[in-house]
Design a protein around this ligand. Structure first.
Ligand SMILES: Nc1ncnc2c1ncn2[C@@H]1O[C@H](COP(=O)(O)OP(=O)(O)OP(=O)(O)O)[C@@H](O)[C@H]1O
Length: 227
């Protein structure tokens, strides 16, 4: 895929496969094209050339065919401030074709989120939890998550990682972006590194661990173009 915004090239011929049943972590410096990739996969924007195929459907042109099968968490998650978490999630549950209320309540309990509070009155991390529930509650086959742990405290990050592993172990697929190599290392099976709109490398996390004595240093080399 190539995506241009005016004269600016956000993605420059990106060719990437996300294997089913895996967690793929997408890393890269600011402006590398991670969010653009995610928005293309989620069918929110159209590539300038090329295509994003999800379950064999064109994500932008055949969005209706994939909508209920994906869970999307935007990087800048914002929700209607006047609704409570419960009202907001019920609305989306309806759009998704129905979600068991019990499942929403269980997820909320797990993340220590009070669904009776107005979203506008929640802290940033607690708002992010509403976004996480929205993405996961209908148990989609593919999760597309833009910096999902932003704002979460360490305990909640740990809970979120457990949820990701359960999701993968249930045979579902996760594509997530992150700035934090240690986060990707902790959960992902595969890492894709973008730089300046291009794919620098895709590698299994285990391979990287085996090869690099200092993983953080290896990643920084990739980031800066030395790798
Ligand atoms: N709507 C837009 N209009 C113009 N330029 C855009 C738009 N969206 C993204 N870009 C540009 O495309 C490039 C890639 O941006 P993108 O947000 O995908 O990067 P990123 O890897 O997610 O960065 P970060 O780590 O800072 O979130 C940047 O140069 C950005 O300025």
């Amino acid at each position: 895929m190539t995506k241009r915004f005016g004269h600016r090239t956000a993605l420059d011929g990106l060719d990437l496969d996300v294997p089913a049943g895996m967690i793929l972590g997408c890393l890269g410096p600011n402006g590398a094209g991670k969010t653009t990739t995610i928005r293309l996969l989620a069918g929110l924007i159209r590539p300038t050339s090329g295509s994003a195929m999800v379950f064999g459907f064109d994500a932008a042109d055949q969005y209706d065919a994939i909508q209920r099968r994906i869970g999307y968490l935007p990087g800048d998650f914002v929700a209607y401030p006047d609704l409570t978490g419960r009202q907001y999630l019920s609305y989306f549950a309806h759009l998704y074709g129905g979600v068991e209320r019990k499942r929403i309540e269980l997820l909320a309990k797990r993340f220590d989120l009070d669904l009776a509070v107005r979203i506008g009155a929640l802290s940033r991390g607690n708002r992010q939890k509403v976004g996480i529930l929205q993405a996961f509650m209908h148990e989609p086959e593919l999760l597309i998550l833009d910096e999902p742990t932003a704002g979460l405290d360490p305990l909640m990050q740990r809970e979120f990682r457990t949820l990701l592993r359960e999701t993968r172990d249930a045979g579902r697929t996760v594509f997530l972006s992150s700035h934090v190599m240690s986060e990707v290392e902790a959960v992902a099976d595969t890492v894709a590194i973008l730089r300046a709109g291009q794919l620098v490398t895709t590698q299994s996390v285990q391979d990287l661990k085996d090869r690099a004595a200092d993983l953080e240093a290896a990643f920084l080399d990739y980031y800066s173009g030395q790798g």
